[in-house]
Design a protein around this ligand. Structure first.
Ligand code: GLA
Length: 370
């Protein structure tokens, strides 16, 4: 059992006075490339990280308990707390016709909160897997991911795409996950960074993503307008030559989506050929497109990407929705500390918040603990 799973199990025992029936856990994610494409029916390529949320569950009364917040909450109504994620998953299951019944659960996690590393999808995915096992539904990872997205959209009230839930449930260690967000087909692509002597350095800029919801919804609706103007169902169906029929923000946002989808497919080919140089160049191009056309970067994210470039990193880009949050860089294993040192200094000089750093290799998706 992983440490975090042990923590959830221990909290369950302490709170409810008996062993849980099972413990499930699910990871956060970084997206390697394919940003703001999921809600445009496009392609994404995330991988799971070595930070997880664990859910220890069993039958009985007692509701929900968070070992991290040392706080109990009833199953019941939405209250805009952490408990809305497990509640939302149970709600989505019931809504889809699956009889969940009474359960109780203790949660523990080490995915940084509110940083854009998908701590919320990790709670949802771990809860979904736990309830599926507890109730014997036998749903697939894909089914569970769709239910988690339903929980996020319909219960929590955040209008996110499908990427984070897919990544948390379906990623495998040592691979990235190519998802076609239209067909919902997903395929693992080998990403043996360790063999290539590389790792993913993550810089959490600690910038409050306060405007994230507004900005995110605004980008979504501009994309929908652009698709309508082109007479296509979604920007997935737009080609480069269609773009000349657009102007203003509709043009720049659509140009990002169309070029980003092409970059994801090229990036997958690069990975299959073990060509990390090309893969890295596509990451830089993705960042430039998010900065200039999609306008979701920040001075902090740009500064990290430029530092990584100066450092000789094969690739770097912002990851997740943007508007703050995290950026990633491909770096030689163990060198995150070096970039981190330089980055802290530059951020300090520019009066930015002190960033946090992590180093990851592609980790396993949701699993039951043994
Ligand atoms: C957030 C959302 C995802 C996706 C990304 C942008 O992480 O939760 O669904 O839209 O932003 O790529």
């Amino acid at each position: 059992m992983r440490e975090i799973e042990e923590k959830a199990r221990g909290a369950y025992v302490e709170r409810f006075g008996e062993e849980p029936q099972l413990v499930a856990s699910a990871p956060g994610r970084v997206n390697l490339i394919g940003e703001h494409t999921d809600y445009n029916d496009g392609f994404v390529l995330p991988c799971a990280i070595g930070r997880r949320v664990a859910v220890a569950a069993g039958r009985g009364e007692g509701g929900l308990y968070s070992a991290d917040f040392e706080e109990a909450r009833p199953l019941g109504e939405k209250d805009s707390s952490w408990a809305d994620y497990p509640r939302g998953v149970a709600w989505a299951m019931v809504e889809a016709g699956h009889e969940v019944g009474a359960f109780r659960a203790a949660l523990a996690g080490n995915v940084p909160l509110g940083s854009g590393l998908s701590s919320s999808a990790a709670i949802e995915a771990a809860t979904a897997l736990a309830l599926d096992e507890l109730c014997g539904f036998g749903l697939t990872g894909k089914d569970l991911a769709v239910l988690c997205q339903r929980a996020e959209n319909g219960f929590v009230g955040v209008n996110s795409g499908i990427m984070d839930q897919y990544a948390s449930l379906l990623c495998e260690a040592g691979t990235a996950l190519l998802v076609d967000c239209r067909s919902l087909e997903a395929e693992s692509v080998p990403l043996d960074l360790e063999a290539a002597g590389l790792a993913l350095a993550v810089c959490d800029t600690r910038v409050e993503r306060g405007l994230a919801d507004t900005g995110y919804n605004d980008r979504r609706s501009t994309c929908e307008r652009a698709a309508r103007a082109l007479g296509v169902e979604s920007l997935r169906d737009a080609a480069e030559e269609d773009l000349e029929r657009l102007s203003g923000e509709e043009l720049s946002r659509a140009r990002h989506v169309v070029s980003e989808n092409a970059r994801v497919l090229e990036a997958v080919e690069a990975l299959r050929a073990g060509d990390f140089e090309l893969f890295g160049r596509l990451m830089y191009a993705s960042h430039a497109s998010l900065r200039d056309d999609y306008e979701v970067s920040t001075p902090e994210l740009d500064a990290f990407v430029e530092l990584a470039r100066g450092f000789g990193a094969p690739g770097a880009r912002l990851t997740g929705a943007g508007f703050g949050g995290c950026a990633i860089a491909l770096v030689p294993t163990g060198e995150t500390g070096q970039i981190a040192k330089e980055c802290r200094q530059v951020f300090d000089e520019r009066g930015f918040e002190e960033p946090a750093f992590y180093e990851f290799v592609p980790a396993a998706g949701a699993e039951l603990a043994r």
